[in-house]
Design a protein around this ligand. Structure first.
Ligand SMILES: CC(C)(COP(=O)(O)OP(=O)(O)OC[C@H]1O[C@@H](n2cnc3c(N)ncnc32)[C@H](O)[C@@H]1OP(=O)(O)O)[C@@H](O)C(=O)NCCC(=O)NCCS
Length: 148
């Protein structure tokens, strides 16, 4: 699984998995991000037998506390439930970080669910700032950052 190909997706191709994984048991069913269609935004995914099973969205956006660093914000990171723990998320994460740094950005950051912190930390991210409850999902989060 870990040697699977990472492909670029259109925003709309990420929406079903965002809904299925990231809006499961949350008060919101809204899955479109305002930055989805910006030309500087890219969406990376993994397909299995023609079905999108992993998604991630990468948005040119500085971290609010770190405006001097050219930032990319990762949003909408999700793997199909039956395929989690097989390396798809890690593959997408490394691929997006590499692309962000290769294009001259200094920092990749995200608002991470506390349940996913271990996953991000194993890929070189560190927590930044205090925890908070996300207004859309009602789920505890921390900001995480990875620098070049
Ligand atoms: C968080 C998430 C995106 C990670 O994606 P994933 O495809 O499961 O990621 P990976 O398989 O690369 O890594 C997940 C775990 O599986 C383990 N793993 C990776 N490859 C593995 C393999 N071949 N066999 C067994 N375990 C493996 C990793 O060590 C990792 O463990 P960790 O969480 O303790 O770090 C996914 O679990 C998910 O969609 N979760 C629900 C939504 C969510 O929380 N999204 C993030 C919002 S911030």
């Amino acid at each position: 699984m870990a040697d699977h190909e990472v492909i670029e997706l259109a925003a709309v191709q990420t929406h079903p998995l965002r809904l299925d994984v990231l809006r499961r048991d949350t008060p919101s069913r809204h899955v479109a991000f305002p930055e989805d269609e910006l030309s500087s935004t890219f969406h990376l995914g993994v397909e299995l037998d023609g079905v999108v099973v992993g998604v991630s969205t990468w948005i040119e956006n500085d971290h609010p506390d770190l405006p001097a660093a050219r930032g990319v914000q990762l949003r909408g990171m999700a793997t199909a439930p039956h395929l989690q723990g097989h390396g798809i998320g890690g593959l997408l994460l490394e691929s997006g970080v590499e692309r962000a740094f290769a294009s001259g950005h200094d920092l990749v950051w995200a608002r991470a669910r506390d349940t996913a912190l271990g996953f991000y930390e194993r890929h070189g991210f560190v927590q930044r700032g205090p925890g908070y409850v996300d207004a859309v999902t009602g789920i505890p989060h921390h900001d995480i950052v990875r620098t070049r």
